[in-house]
Design a protein around this ligand. Structure first.
Ligand code: SF4
Ligand code: SF4
Length: 443
């Protein structure tokens, strides 16, 4: 039965769906924007990640249902499912579903990073350039991650978000994609992949380009698509370990002003006024007009091309931009950049970062074999479900310690009149602890 716009929004809110590929923006809010085009983002452009691809292979009909709901809610007449051209199995799974749906098309992307960045993706698929610091609805487009759309499709069938498909890669015995109850520890996820194969190691939560070093007791949330295990002395681990202050000292002494960080920056190549080499020059020499150099931090999407691929001196304009952004946030400063580029840089196509090169440069070639799909969902003995897994306010517990809960049961919801989404029990069991940060359930 087709649902009305309001029914879709209500069900997606009640299921607790958030943007699975980014910072966790509540999906029910995004569904309220009007648009002409909806794009299902299946680019999954970071090396080593396969969670979205595998989910599309397993659940093509749920993806179509979710996409159809997003079109209804936004009033869009056209939708595209954007997948990399070489995701052959995902393309084969979805193509037959589209045969009688002329308003939904496949859009096949080249294999470059960051193809899934919203600004890049919208330009690749629709030819529209989002203004600096802007969002896709400003050009009549809505972008939803494919996992989120599948969850929207499942929400309409009465399900809630209690699992996350996670890719476990790197130094593990059995690299795999596995369905993991929210709140499962990274230690349990790694154990499911057969355990670690080296003595000294570090964990990265997320992808190798935009992830973060993590501890084993950290847990899977609605936005955790990957867990990467790397040797402690791996290049990526040392890059992620440097503090912003050390990054600044290194940049001040070692930057050779070659401007490769700017020339390869995906946002600069879309015509935005971001030139990281000038920001570093400003930091090093206290130039006039520093504000303009520093405020370009608002235009950085933290993709990591500058530090992981471009810079011959292994410096990190990205880390410095992040530190600047944090300082601006403390001051309550707003993004002054609003330029609407008329066209991208003429050399954009030739400067896209090929995944094969990125993988080689990052020292990830030994880990590139495709992971298995583990069809048996993980069954941890206990979970810690984070109160804040989304943009907005942390949820508040609705139950008390000692109460029994069933998988899928509502356990927390946002404070009155605050942005957020409800949370549900990811396993059946008894609540053993409630803190401001999490609800613990023992199975
Ligand atoms: S991380 Fe670097 S390459 Fe990416 S947008 Fe920011 S400055 Fe540009
Ligand atoms: S690429 Fe590295 S060395 Fe070259 S300008 Fe940028 S930060 Fe400096």
């Amino acid at each position: 039965m087709p649902y009305s716009r309001q029914q879709i929004i209500n069900r997606v809110y009640a299921a607790g769906v958030v943007g699975a590929g980014g910072a966790g923006f509540p999906a029910y809010l995004k569904l309220q924007s009007k648009a002409e085009i909806v794009i299902a983002n299946g680019a999954e452009c970071e090396p080593l990640l396969y969670s979205d691809q595998y989910l599309v292979i397993q659940k093509p009909n749920q993806l179509i249902n979710g996409l159809r709901a997003a079109m209804t809610a936004s009033g869009a007449q056209k939708a595209y499912i954007a997948l990399k051209a070489h995701y052959a199995e995902a393309v084969s799974a979805i193509a037959p579903c589209l045969e009688r749906l002329p308003d939904i098309e496949l859009h096949l992307l080249q294999d470059f990073y960051p193809a899934g960045d919203e600004h890049s993706l919208v330009y690749e698929v629709s030819g529209r350039l989002i203004p600096e610091g802007g969002i896709p609805p400003q050009v009549g487009v809505l972008v939803h991650n494919v996992t989120s759309l599948i969850q929207i499709g499942e929400a309409l069938a009465g399900e809630t978000v209690v699992d996350r498909a996670v890719t476990v890669m790197g130094e593990v015995k059995r690299p795999q994609v596995v369905s993991v109850p929210l709140g499962t520890s990274l230690a349990d996820v790694v154990k499911a992949a057969g355990g670690v194969t080296v003595n000294q190691y570090a964990l990265i939560k997320g992808g190798p380009m935009m992830g973060q070093l993590a501890q084993e007791d950290e847990v899977i949330t609605k936005t955790s698509g990957g867990v990467i295990v790397l040797p402690q002395d791996h290049l990526l681990v040392s890059k992620y370990s440097l503090s912003p202050l050390k990054q600044l000292r290194r940049a001040q002494s070692a930057c050779e002003g070659c401007r490769l960080c700017t020339d390869l920056c995906p946002r600069y190549l879309l015509g935005h006024q971001i030139e990281p080499h000038l920001m570093i020059r400003g930091m090093s020499y206290a130039l006039d007009n520093m504000t303009a150099y520093f405020s370009s931090a608002f235009l950085c999407c933290q993709c990591g091309i500058c530090d992981m691929l471009a810079c011959p001196c292994h410096l990190s304009p990205r880390a410095l931009y992040m530190a600047i952004k944090q300082e601006f946030a403390k001051l309550g400063a707003k993004n002054p950049h609003r330029l609407k580029p008329e066209r991208p840089h003429p050399d954009r196509n030739g400067r896209k970062a090929a995944l094969s090169r990125l993988t080689r440069v990052l020292g990830l070639s030994p880990y590139m074999a495709k992971p298995d799909l583990n069809t048996a969902p993980l069954a941890p003995l206990s979970v810690r479900i984070k109160m804040l897994q989304h943009i907005g306010a942390p949820a508040c517990a609705l139950l008390a310690v000692g109460e029994r809960v069933k998988r899928g049961q509502l356990i927390a919801q946002p404070p009155e009149a605050k942005t957020g989404v409800p949370l549900h029990a990811s396993i059946t069991g008894r609540i053993s602890a409630i803190t401001a940060d999490y609800i613990e359930i023992n199975g």
